[in-house]
Design a binder for this molecule. Structure first.
Ligand code: SF4
Length: 312
């Protein structure tokens, strides 16, 4: 069967990150995770204490084994793993842990400027919150886009404010939209993070999130399955009163339906989470990423569907 999806050079029926990177750079490009030593207003008491209920003590930067090292040392050590596999590749420093625009502009400048000068750095990715993007910071980051592409990775999880409250997110869908509309006037790219399987959410709620955001100005998306990590508020909640997690089959079908609703131009950076096995409580099936992705591909072929098929 011919693949009708236009942003693909293989069997994939959605706009993969690999497709985006290969067509833009023509070579292997790898993300290098970094912890720049920021915190989060949802942890230090400015907005709340304790953070979003699924977030680990390391601000969702748990895969970085060198987070206490100096930033350039972290970069070198994490990059070494990829250097062996792809000696002529390019890199994307990814400031992953916590909220990397929450702090004085000088700190953000100090974090980024060494990487802006490196030829091997294709672009930069910065994880942050929609309520930590003052105009001054946006203007500075927009200036950097003249040198290299800058991506902001902005958490949303759900477009429902009721869910936002339940997960202690401490910003509203309106706040999120406001940030996206301000960023639309710049050359900064935005990758939105969405999470499936949050407590109290139905499959319809999760589809609504994609419907609610699909027309907004953003360039990429990461869709995660909720995973319960040890020593988080959610782990405690689940221990006291276990809630039903969606099954692997439900997740695969849901993601296919979400992709159908998504604008075809949006780059899909992720369709699975990436928890450390030793920290994961449930669900165990998220550890097998490759088979989940294969089954998503299979179902899309079987249904003869593709990203954006139901996008209006
Ligand atoms: S905004 Fe991000 S870093 Fe802060 S608590 Fe929530 S998930 Fe963790």
């Amino acid at each position: 069967m011919e693949n009708p999806f236009r942003y693909s050079f293989n069997e994939k029926r959605y706009h993969t990150y690999n497709y985006y990177l290969k067509t833009r750079y023509g070579c292997k490009v790898s993300k290098v995770i970094l912890d720049a030593g920021f915190t989060c207003p949802n942890r230090d008491g400015t907005k709340a204490y304790g953070g979003c209920i699924f977030c680990s003590a390391r601000g969702s930067g748990d895969s970085n084994s060198y987070s206490s090292d100096d930033l350039l040392v972290q970069y070198r050590k994490n990059k070494e793993i990829m250097d062996g596999k792809w000696p002529n590749g390019l890199y994307i420093p990814y400031f992953q842990a916590y909220t990397n625009t929450y702090g004085p502009l000088e700190k953000i400048e100090g974090m980024l400027e060494p990487f802006m000068k490196m030829d091997e750095v294709a672009e930069i990715a910065i994880a942050t919150r929609c309520d930590c993007l003052p105009d001054e910071t946006i203007s500075y980051l927009n200036g950097l886009t003249k040198i290299k592409p800058i991506w902001l990775e902005i958490g949303l999880q759900s477009s429902s404010d009721k869910t936002g409250e339940a997960i202690n997110r401490q910003y509203s869908f309106e706040d999120f939209k406001d940030a996206l509309y301000r960023l639309e006037k710049t050359d900064i790219d935005v990758c939105v993070h969405v999470m499936n399987g949050l407590p109290q959410e139905t499959i319809e709620d999760m589809l609504d999130t994609i419907k609610d955001i699909s027309h907004l100005p953003f360039e990429g998306i990461k869709i995660h399955m909720l995973h319960i990590i040890r020593d988080t508020a959610m782990a405690k909640m689940h221990e006291e009163k276990p809630f039903n997690l969606i099954t692997r089959e439900q997740y695969i079908e849901l993601v296919v339906r979400q992709l159908e609703l998504l604008r075809p131009e949006v780059v899909v950076e992720r369709l699975t989470g990436d928890p450390l096995k030793e920290d994961l409580i449930e669900p165990e099936w998220v550890l097998n990423k490759t088979t989940i992705l294969n089954d998503i591909d299979k179902l899309m072929r079987k249904l003869d569907t593709w990203q954006g098929k139901s996008y209006e």
